[in-house]
Design a protein around this ligand. Structure first.
Ligand SMILES: NC(=O)c1ccc[n+]([C@@H]2O[C@H](COP(=O)([O-])OP(=O)(O)OC[C@H]3O[C@@H](n4cnc5c(N)ncnc54)[C@H](OP(=O)(O)O)[C@@H]3O)[C@@H](O)[C@H]2O)c1
Length: 225
């Protein structure tokens, strides 16, 4: 049975990945930060829920210790938006560092701690849930300073890590879920949760070592850096 790890699995995109992966016959280790939210409602013997804060190395270590055997898929999904600062002088530098800690460094901590379980004879995919807002080419409206920078950093970290990890059968896929109806995306977002996750799963299932480092939208459109 294939094994997946999903971070930020309590709600939104992360919880939808959990539901879909279980339907597809995966064993799923789901990380929740504080409250299980939607995970509470899922009754499946292949689901293992553990606390996980991606800013805390000891929390990550305990989570990874609970993972039994090899991992074939890591979905680094946990993330936060930035503050709604109206202008540059209002940027909260402490919160900016926290956004970077969660969105950029968190996924690297997960890769580090899971590396030995992900490195084996068959392919492992690390799906980084990034954003088009991390694209420098696409930064037409500016603002969202911390969030944009956190996803740009995540993209670079992924491309840099792929060079080393390719020798260990680990492939990175950098995904933009679209603008999706979740707490972060808001109720006016045009993309439904199910459509976004369905599209990203298709890309994950088709992923190969040759694709490693691709930056792609949920519907298969390659994105500019
Ligand atoms: N929705 C969109 O339109 C959109 C667009 C582009 C990219 N994305 C990306 O997609 C991912 C999921 O977003 P979403 O829309 O599903 O957001 P969401 O509904 O706000 O869910 C975010 C998840 O991340 C978890 N999380 C936050 N900080 C964490 C931490 N330190 N450790 C572990 N988990 C943590 C939250 O846990 P709690 O329940 O404990 O808060 C929650 O489960 C994010 O990386 C986001 O940047 C979303």
């Amino acid at each position: 049975m294939r094994t997946a790890v999903v971070t930020g699995a309590s709600r939104g995109i992360g919880s939808e990945f959990v539901v879909r992966l279980l339907d597809d016959g995966w064993r799923v280790y789901a990380g929740y930060r504080a409250d299980k939210h939607r995970l509470e409602l899922i009754d499946n013997q292949n689901l293992f829920c553990h606390r996980l804060d991606v800013t805390d190395n000891s929390s990550i270590r305990q989570f990874v210790e609970a993972v039994n055997g090899n991992v074939n898929l890591l979905i680094n999904n946990a993330g936060v938006p930035d503050g709604r600062w109206r202008n540059i002088k209002e940027i909260d530098d402490q919160w900016m560092l926290e956004v970077l800690d969660i969105n950029s460094v968190g996924p690297v901590r997960m890769v580090k701690e899971l590396y030995d379980k992900m490195s084996h004879d068959s392919l492992t995919t690390v799906a980084m849930i990034s954003s088009l807002m991390g694209s420098i080419d696409d930064c037409h409206s500016g603002r969202s300073y911390a969030y944009r920078a956190s996803k740009t950093a995540l993209n670079m970290l992924s491309v840099a890590m792929k060079k080393e990890a390719i020798n260990d059968n680990i492939s990175f896929l950098i995904l933009h879920p679209g603008w999706v109806k979740t707490r972060m995306g808001g109720e006016h977002a045009p993309v439904e949760l199910e459509e976004s996750v369905e599209g990203m799963l298709e890309l994950i299932y088709a992923n190969s070592l040759e694709d490693s480092g691709r930056f792609v939208q949920y519907d298969g459109v390659d994105l500019p850096w």
